[in-house]
Design a protein around this ligand. Structure first.
Ligand code: AHR
Length: 498
């Protein structure tokens, strides 16, 4: 197999908003409890925040983390999660059928985020609640002082406002599984009224309206058109969510899923622009792909779980090498739409469908998907360049014209570096890649990182945490204006030149 890419600094998709390397912590399973927070753990600080997990989060350089849900937020009484811990209420948590102790709450998460060098993307409950609770939490969080809610925050020990800028207007409100699910009309109305009062409290907010829960929802994309009809002038972003699985063990199709994801994004860009035209608006609607990942390994185990325990292991997918390849393809797909996707959240961050796993009282380790995310987050900042790709293609039963090569380059002008991200989707053959660097002048190779494994189903575990990990012995060479490399079958590659 042979493929080529032209990379030209004048052909720019868009500036990469670093927030596309966001992630997500939901009150679900062991994400909070025994994930980011475990008092008594050997690495915990005075607030009970696990230092080993914090170290891995910092390694990923995650710029923003969505909180507190997810489905959880549609039953969230935010007032339960602030104030003296001893007085906090234990609640039945209906989204995931557990008991929420509220021992860890809103302010603790803000503290965690500060320590992790990340911003908070906060969500309000538009399932059981609405505009009133939404305006109150914004006042509690962002108003300086002199009112009931802002002074309550100060009384709780937070003199300075949290100044959280990005807020989600509910979560997956089209889903029948959602507490307080709504029709597009009902949600559009609820969202616009919440948006208005939230911005009246703090006009600097950036708001995200819920798009469809996934591209298979029967109401997609009418949902988006109706919701935007109501909210277009009041929100900055429309959300997208999508997970993929390989339960049929058809890896060729599985690795092609990012082609579907690309179509999904194109459809939503078109839908946003349709509403823009209808409204004769000058404003461009941006996308927040605030849940994306592989999710299916844990479905069977979760279906058997008894309800009403505290922080049980839920959604604990153990990721394989092939999952890391699809995550790499999904990251490249996000970069291809850097002009419209301004935020994205790998769902989630710790234990729950996550790149970071922990054991209670034990260690923390990197899952396979940690690595493509790490590389993209660290090296994928700058300008995403138009991917001019020639690649042989394959067909599956459901997806046709799938290029063996998935690739994009990002130009970091400040550092004078170009990074080519590339996945070889072929499960049988290596792929000879040539990258034409034309406008960049003579370059030299910095490194060629490769994630490869003979076993597509290989995983990392606490006892074998380095089974799947990248090496820096890729064979790329740079000859003046051209990179040549032989990409191993089923591999993720990061080729950095200067
Ligand atoms: O991330 C797990 C769940 O997936 C979220 O709670 C929900 O929004 C989505 O369905």
């Amino acid at each position: 197999l042979k493929a080529s890419v032209i990379v030209d600094k004048d052909f720019v998709v868009g500036e990469v908003d670093k927030r596309i390397y966001g992630s997500f912590i939901e009150h679900l399973g062991r994400a909070v409890y025994n994930g980011i927070y475990e008092p008594g753990h050997g690495t915990a600080d005075e607030q009970g925040l696990r230092g080993d997990v914090m170290g891995l989060v910092k390694e990923l350089q995650v710029p923003i983390v969505r909180y507190p849900g997810g489905n959880f937020v549609s039953g969230y009484n935010w007032e339960d999660s602030v104030g003296p811990v001893a007085q906090r209420k234990r609640r039945l948590e209906l989204a995931w059928r557990t008991i929420e102790t509220n021992e860890f709450g809103f302010n603790e998460f803000v503290d965690w985020a500060r320590k992790a060098n990340t911003d908070v993307m906060m969500a309000v409950n538009l399932g059981t609640r609405g505009a009133d609770a939404a305006r109150n939490i914004v006042e509690y969080s962002n108003h300086p002082s002199g009112t009931y809610w802002s002074d309550l925050r100060r009384q709780h020990g937070y003199e300075q406002p949290h100044n959280i800028k990005v807020w989600c207007l509910g979560n997956e409100m089209d889903g029948p599984w959602q507490i307080g699910a709504k029709t597009a009309e009902e949600y559009g109305r609820a969202a616009v009224e919440a948006a208005k009062v939230m911005k009246w409290v703090d006009p600097t907010l950036e708001l995200v309206a819920c798009g469809s829960s996934n591209l298979n929802m029967a109401t997609f994309p009418d949902w988006e058109a109706t919701v935007l009809d109501h909210t277009y002038n009041h929100v900055e972003y429309l959300s997208m969510h999508q997970y993929y699985g390989n339960s049929d063990d058809d890896t060729r199709t599985f690795l092609a899923r990012s082609v579907e994801m690309d179509d999904f994004i194109r459809t939503l860009v078109a839908t946003c622009d349709f509403v823009k035209a209808k409204k004769r608006s000058k404003k461009t609607m941006y996308l927040s792909f605030d849940e994306w990942n592989v999710w299916y390994h844990s479905h069977a185990a979760d279906a058997k779980r008894e309800p009403w325990s505290i922080a049980p292991p839920q959604l604990e997918d153990v990721y394989t090498h092939e999952d890391a390849l699809l995550v790499g393809c999904m990251l490249i797909t996000l970069l291809k739409h850097a002009d419209r996707i301004k935020m994205a959240c790998l769902a989630q961050l710790v234990n729950v469908i996550a790149p970071i796993m922990t054991s209670n009282g034990g260690g923390a380790w990197r899952q396979t998907i940690f690595y493509p995310f790490l590389h993209a987050s660290v090296y994928g900042r700058g300008k995403a360049l138009v991917p001019l790709i020639q690649s042989p293609k394959y067909d599956t039963k459901t997806i046709t014209d799938v290029p063996y090569l998935e690739s994009i380059a990002v130009y970091n002008e400040e550092a004078g570096e170009v990074t080519v991200f590339a996945v070889n989707r072929s499960l049988e053959e290596s792929l000879a890649l040539e990258v034409d660097l034309r406008s960049f002048g003579k370059c030299r190779l910095i490194e060629h990182l490769v994630l490869q494994h003979e076993d597509l189903k290989a995983v990392n575990t606490e006892n074998n945490p380095d089974n799947v990990k990248p090496h820096a012995n890729g064979n790329a060479t740079v000859d003046g204006l051209k990179i040549s490399a032989q990409l191993a079958k089923a591999s993720w590659n990061v080729i950095r030149v200067k």
